[in-house]
Design a protein around this ligand. Structure first.
Ligand code: 3PG
Ligand code: MG
Length: 399
């Protein structure tokens, strides 16, 4: 990779220099209490921040959280993240209550060597996500005033052409942080000559979100196992009735074509758990996929499917998994996701969990994170990487 790294920057010496770090601290928050429910993304950036602190840099961290619409919105404040980051670093993190305003200026100016500041949510500023190059550029100009060098460690956001990801590195000496480097190294093992059999497990609710990655993976993989809400559109394409299950009607034909072209590589569920309603306490049963009642909806894959998927996984030498197999947040519909996750941990394959919901599922189900080869911090980013797309954040580091 023709990208300069954090080690290159550290070798130049950063003591007393201001280093602007783009992190992806977009963590899930409890809707009621506002508490951080999964701090995986904060932990993931500690190696980079720790190294900069130790080297005596003045570390200025910026991130987005959620999708505020270009103006301050208190429920998307990064303040709780600053608190948690400080706990994990073992030193207080100075929090700026704006991103590029008076608070940010005085917070950054007040940093001593080896101290860390966190700016308020980048997306409180319309320039961050603007499609207009000049508007994004103007915001980037304000951000670069806080750094003598730039480190991108926000793997989860490298697929976004946003000011802090794309325009800032064009204006400052730039390097890839430890997390971005590791993510790219791992994912490139999947795209260039993976050890075979290479088995991919895809779940989640929408086929339309996964279509591009299915297209890209079909020629490469040996087996593609499909569960989650998206399996019902495939089952429908096979001529089965799916009751009131999630169905993307306009995707049925596309799924039919994919199944034809896949020549047996795609494995679909043979049984599913159907319920009366989308609710944790709904009455539910396991049925075969050709016997889904017209008034019920599928919320998980069934035990026979789990066994079939586990058998395919047990042969694998490389596994990529993205997307839960069912509504794992409800205990009654978590067995499919748990079963597949456990099957993945039992193989001796190189295993990668692709971001977002699947990473949260691993932790929420109490599975041992260390029994997976790599848990990506990027959902959309890891999928777009596997699709072979140019990722704006990576391209900006290469220039
Ligand atoms: C994510 O959670 O997928 C990343 O943080 C990117 O967020 P976004 O999808 O809102 O751009
Ligand atoms: Mg996303």
């Amino acid at each position: 990779m023709s990208i300069r790294t954090l080690d290159d920057l550290l070798a130049e010496g950063v003591s007393g220099r201001r280093v602007l770090v783009r992190a992806d601290l977009n963590v899930p928050l409890d809707k009621q209490t506002g508490d951080i429910t999964d701090d995986g993304r904060i932990r993931a950036v500690l190696p980079t921040l720790g190294a900069l602190v130790e080297a005596g840099a003045k570390v200025v961290v910026c991130s987005h959280l959620g999708r505020p619409k270009g103006a301050p919105a208190p429920q998307f404040s990064l303040r709780p993240v600053a608190g948690r980051l400080g706990e994990l670093l073992g030193a207080p993190v100075h929090f700026a209550t704006d991103t590029v305003g008076d608070s940010a200026r005085s917070t950054v100016a007040g940093l001593a060597d080896g101290q860390v500041a966190l700016l308020e949510n980048l997306r409180f500023n319309a320039g961050e996500t603007s499609k207009d190059d000049a508007e994004r550029g103007a915001f980037a100009d304000q951000l670069v005033a806080f750094g003598d060098a730039y480190v991108d460690d926000a793997f989860g956001a490298v697929h976004r052409k946003h000011a802090s990801v794309y325009d800032v590195p064009a204006r400052l000496p730039h390097v890839a942080g430890r997390l971005v480097l590791r993510e790219v190294e791992v994912l490139s093992r999947l795209t260039s000559d993976p050890e075979r059999p290479y088995v991919v497990v895809l779940g989640g609710s929408k086929v339309s979100d996964k279509l591009a990655v299915i297209e890209a993976l079909l020629p490469t993989v040996d087996r593609l196992l499909i569960g989650g809400g998206m399996c019902f559109t495939f089952l429908k394409a096979q001529g089965l009735e799916v009751g009131t299950s999630l169905l993307e009607k306009d995707m049925v034909e596309t799924c039919g074509n994919l199944l034809e072209r896949a020549a047996g590589k795609i494995l679909l569920p043979v049984d599913v758990v159907v319920a009366d309603a989308f609710a944790p306490d709904a009455a539910h049963d396991t049925v075969r996929v050709d016997g889904i009642p017209s008034h019920r909806l599928g919320l998980d894959i069934g035990p026979e499917t789990v066994a079939g998927f586990a058998a395919a996984l047990s042969q694998a030498k490389t596994i990529f998994w993205n997307g839960p197999m069912g509504v794992f947040e409800m205990a009654a519909f978590a067995n499919g996701t748990r079963g597949v996750a456990e099957a993945i941990t039992k193989t001796d394959a190189f295993t990668v969990v692709g971001g977002g919901d699947s990473a949260a599922a691993v932790r929420a189900l109490g599975l041992d994170e260390s029994s997976f080869g790599h848990i990506s911090t990027g959902g959309g980013a890891s999928l777009e990487y596997l699709e072979g797309k140019t990722l704006p954040g990576i391209a900006a580091l290469e220039n």
